[in-house]
Design a protein around this ligand. Sequence first.
Ligand code: SME
Length: 146
Amino acid sequence: MLQHINTIIERNVNLSQVLHEVAQILHAEFEHFDWVGFYLDDRKKKGYLKLGPFIGLPTDHVSIPYGKGICGQVAVSLQTFVSQDVSAEDNYIACSTEVQSEIVVPILKDGVFVAQLDVDSNTKNSITEEQIELLETICAKLSILF
Ligand code: SME
C-alpha cells in the first residue's frame, strides 16, 4: 500500500487529486476507517482549517477554527491526536453521532503546519500503534506536495 501511495505522490497530478486518492486507498484498505479526509490551512481565512478531499459521509464542518475540536487542537499542538473514545473528549466536534474513535495527524512543511489527515472510525478503541505509525509516515511523505 505504501508503494502505491509513493507512486501517486511521485506522479503528483495535483494536490487535490493526490489527497483524494490517498483518502480512497486508506478508506478501502481499513474496514474501520469510516471517514478519511484532509483539512488544509485556510490561506484566505487566517486561523481556520478548511475541508479538503475526503471519503465518507459529507460533513457540515467545512471550516474549523484553530483550537476547536480535535482537528483545531492539532493545528495548534502540531502533534498527532488519537482518541480511542471520542465520548471522553471535552473539546470535540461531532461530524456524525456514529463516530467512536478518531485520529488526526498533522502535515508540516519545514516545521510549519499546512494540513492534516483526519480518520474517523465507528468502532471504539480501533486505532492501532501500527496504523498510527503508517498514517504518520504517509503524512510525512505528503508534506513535499505543499
Ligand atoms: N471530529 C473532528 C471534526 C472533523 S469531523 O470528524 C470530519 C474534531 O473534533 O475536530
